[in-house]
Design a protein around this ligand. Structure first.
Ligand SMILES: NC(=O)c1ccc[n+]([C@@H]2O[C@H](COP(=O)([O-])OP(=O)(O)OC[C@H]3O[C@@H](n4cnc5c(N)ncnc54)[C@H](O)[C@@H]3O)[C@@H](O)[C@H]2O)c1
Ligand SMILES: [Zn+2]
Length: 357
């Protein structure tokens, strides 16, 4: 059964559809209405079937252009940003035209940023094709590209016109990418969504074996949580910080491996274990609750080993974390399962202790 929900405030509110066949005429046609030209942005790791389906739906009234980037994080570059803007200008795209991002978070992030900038903003829609993009990057309006000084340093808050989450796209994803996306799903369960926590516990085998009925429900609950948080705090001034649960250490672990050794979700899984351990050390949760978190992560076969990371080596990255406000490191911790808090009051020694098993 198709599911739908909304995110964004007032004028910038958008509809999110989740189903096994979300990229359909029924869902796409209303979003295409009034546009004469579209540019589909994708990458060469995304199955071409999705792009063909979109193109077919546009025929014959809408002129379709395509840009297929090289897959990988490197594509979120200033060079590609400029290349796409020049392409739009060459083809005389105006504010009535539309960008369609069909791909993972890389495609979604650069497409959204192009959309936010070209002619000071043209509309775009998100068709996320990785689990991470479906539950995380396609919702919330954050767009970005990378520069040599760092990842996601350039970007804008810019909401899409709509999001179509087609769960069938997940069939071609590697198991590793799929599981990495599950880390963000577990994050929503731990920070705010008890129903999702129970679903994950009960149906881990079904999820790992790609049972679409359960996966659709799992994505719905994840997006529901993210949509609620980002709609309350569109520009990241407050509550949105809890979405960074597991990310302070997760980012440090990724950066320590120079972004080559470990996928984002795999690092976040380790980061969530550390943040939960610190929550326990701070007496915010019981040992039993901490173990419940670890058990859930293990149900999804995450490698939670931390021996290879020395606190001394991670510390510079932890302290560089963008959640530091006025020199004070803010941590996202658990007050109980499915209830996260942001705090700058904790025993600094527990940062190191959190890494110990
Ligand atoms: N804007 C946000 O709020 C936000 C949130 C989280 C992450 N991000 C960004 O998202 C990016 C990571 O996204 P990602 O994990 O989706 O990575 P990705 O976009 O690089 O996709 C991973 C790989 O999967 C391939 N792929 C995509 N769809 C596929 C499909 N259906 N079948 C088979 N292969 C497919 C891609 O070609 C790529 O090689 C990072 O750049 C990160 O900064 C943004
Ligand atoms: Zn993340």
């Amino acid at each position: 059964m198709a599911k739908e929900l909304f995110a964004g405030q007032k004028k910038n509110k958008y509809r999110i559809v989740i189903s096994k066949k979300a990229v359909s005429k029924k869902n796409l046609a209303p979003l295409l209405k009034g546009h004469n030209k579209i540019l589909i942005i994708s990458d060469n790791g995304v199955p071409t079937k999705i792009i063909k389906t979109i193109t077919e739906i546009c025929k014959p009234s809408i002129k379709v252009f395509k840009i297929i980037l090289q897959h990988g994080e490197k594509s979120k570059s200033i060079q590609n940003f400029e290349k796409i803007l020049n392409f739009l200008a060459d083809k005389n795209f105006d504010r009535t035209d539309l960008i369609v991002a069909a791909g993972g978070g890389v495609v979604g992030d650069i497409s959204g940023y192009v959309a936010s900038s070209y002619l000071r903003g043209i509309q775009f829609i998100q068709i996320p094709t990785t689990l991470l993009a479906q539950v995380d990057s396609s919702v919330g309006g954050k767009t970005a590209i990378n520069i040599s000084a760092g990842k996601n340093l350039i970007g804008a808050f810019y909401n899409p016109k709509g999001v179509l989450i087609d769960t069938a796209a997940l069939n071609t994803l590697t198991k590793r990418e799929f599981k990495a996306g599950l880390a963000e799903v577990i994050k929503y369960a731990l920070i705010q969504n008890r129903t999702l926590f129970l679903l994950l516990k009960k149906y881990s085998l079904e999820i790992l074996s790609m049972d679409h009925r359960i996966i659709e429900e799992m994505i719905f609950l994840s997006v529901q949580t993210k949509a609620k948080i980002v709609t309350k705090d569109e520009k990241e001034n407050g509550i949105r910080a809890i979405l960074n649960f597991g990310h302070t250490f997760g980012h440090a672990i990724e950066a320590h491996g120079k972004y080559r050794k470990i996928l984002h979700g795999e690092a976040v899984a380790k980061g969530m274990k550390i943040a939960s351990k610190i929550s326990y050390l701070e007496s915010l949760i019981s040992l039993k609750e901490y173990q419940e978190v670890v058990n859930l992560l293990q149900l999804f076969e995450f490698d939670l080993s931390l021996e290879q990371y020395k606190y001394k080596e991670l510390k510079p990255y932890v302290l560089r974390d963008k959640k530091i406000k006025e020199g004070q490191l803010n941590l996202v911790l658990l007050n109980k399962i499915s209830n996260a808090i942001v705090t700058d009051s904790f025993n600094a020694k527990n940062l190191q202790r959190g890494l110990q098993d």
